[in-house]
Design a protein around this ligand. Sequence first.
Ligand code: G4P
Length: 526
Amino acid sequence: MTTLRENIEARKTFAIISHPDAGKTTLTEKLLYFGGMLREAGTVKGKKSGKHAASDWMDVEKERGISVTSSVMEFDYKGSRINILDTPGHEDFSEDTYRTLTAADSATMLIDVAKGVEAQTKKLFKVCRMRGIPIFTFINKLDREGRDPFDLMEELEEVLGIRSCPMNWPIGMGKRLQGIYDRQLNKVELFDDAVGHIETLDVSGPDDPLFDERLDETVVAQFREEVELLDVAGDPYDEEAIAAGTLTPIFFGSAMANFGVQNFLEHFQQMAPSPAPRESDEGRIDPVESSFSGFIFKIQANMNPKHRDRIAFLRITSGKYEQGMTVKQPRLNKNIRLAQPTQFLAQDRDIVSEAYAGDIIGLFDPGTFGIGDTLTAEGSFQFDEMPHFSPELFAAVEPKDVMKHKSFDKGMSQLTEEGLVQLFRTENQVPAQQIIGAVGELQFEVLEQRLQTEYNSNVRMERKPYQVARWVDGSDEAIEDIKKRHRHLLRDKDDRLVAVFESEFQLQMAQGKFPDITFYENVFQM
Ligand code: G4P
C-alpha cells in the first residue's frame, strides 16, 4: 500500500510560464500525450480549426480564442503524479495568472528559440523569483531557425538574472536540425523533419565516432565545438542552485515535432520538487507531518452558465483530503463540510474521493470563500496572505444609474473580494472616487460584464493614465510630506497608502524627491 509520504512525494505541481505563441498549448498537449491522457499527440486544440483549448472556459475566452482561466491538468508518469497549472497566455492576462504561480512548486519557462525572453515571460519569471521556486527552461521551435543558444543563455542572465545549465544541446537547428545530445545521460536523440524523433543512440561522449557515422560532418563539427565551450565556460550542474531557483536547467526541443519533449519530461520527473513546507502564522506546515490543510488561490464564477456556481481552487498544502471531510476556515472561524470537490482535467470535472498535498481541488463556493483563505482539518493557522500584485492599469468606476448604488456596491465588494480587480479609493478627493486596478485589460472587461449580468448594474469606467503603483511607507513626517506634494495617491482596501505614476520615469523622479519614503512594488515586500 502506498503511504501518505509516498503519495505526497510523488506529486510534482508546476506551471508553464511563457509569452503568447511560444508554444505552451502545444507543449502541454505533448506532455499529456506522454502521460497517457491523449491518444494522439495534439488534440487539445487547433486555433485555426476553431476548436478551443479544453481549458478555455468562459465565454469571453471563447470569443477571443484565448485561455483566460487557469485550469489544472494532471497525469501520471513513472510513478509521479504531475499536475500542470495552466496560466493564461494572452497579453490580456490577469492577476489570476500570478496567483496561480503561488500554487506551483516549480515552473517551466518556455522560450521561443527565435524570440528569446519576451515581456510576459519576464513578468511571470519575476513572481517565480519572488517565491524562490525552481525554474526549468524549455527552448522551443528548434525545427525553425532561431538564435544562437549561447546568445539565449546570455540573455537569460542579463534580462532575468538567472544562470543556466543546458541539460541537452542541439545538434544543428532549423533545416539542419539533426538531434539533441543529452549531456548527463550521454544519449543522442536523432531528428527527422518528417517524423520527429527517430532513434535514441547511446554514446560515450560528444567525440563518439557514432556521431560521424550517422550525422552530417559540418553540423557535428560545430556541435563539438559548442559542447566543448560549454564544458569549459558553462555553469556546472548544481542541484542546490537549481532548487533555490538561481540556476535554470535548459532543455532544447520542438513541441510541435514532439521532439525533446520526452527528454525534458524524463529529467523533469526526476528533478522537479515535491510539495515543500509552507509558512503560516503558526510556523512551517510540513506537507507530510501535518494533517489536511490548503489555501484558495483563485475563485472562478459561472464556470457553467447553466448553474450559477462559484468554484474555489484549493491547493492542498499538507496531508490528505478525503471525500466529505469537515474542515475549518480560520478567517471566519467556521466549519465547512467539503461536500463534492472536483478535480480538474480541463473540462471534465470529476468528483474526487481523495487528494494529497500538491494536488488542486475545486470546491463549490457557497459565497464565503475569499482568495488566500486557509482551510485546515486541525488547528487554526493561516497561510501567509496572498500577495497583491502591482496593478498597471487603472480606471475610475461608478454606476451609470445612481439609484442603483446598492447593487453596484454589492457587486464591487464581492467581485473585488474574489480578486477580480483590486479596489482603491482616491485620497485627496471628496467624495472619494472608486478606482480599480488590474494587471490585464481583460480584468476590466470581465468586471463590467459580470456587474451587468450578475448584479444588474451598468457602470461607467473612465481610464486613468497611471501605469505604475507603489505602496509607500515612511515616518509620519515623510508621509505627511508626500501627501502634500504628490497629488496622485490612493488607499487600498486595507487603508494602505499607494502612490501612482504615469511612468517608471515619474516613479524615479518621485524616489529622488521623497528620499525618506520607501516605495514597495507590492504589499508583500513591506
Ligand atoms: P501558446 O499556447 O503559447 O500561445 O502557443 P501554441 O501552442 O498555440 O503555439 C503557437 C504557434 O506556434 C502555433 O502555430 C504552433 O503550432 C506553433 N508551434 C508550437 N510549437 C512549435 C514548434 O516546436 N515548432 C514550430 N515550428 N512551431 C511551433 P499557429 O500557426 O499559430 O497555430 P496552429 O494552427 O498551428 O495551432
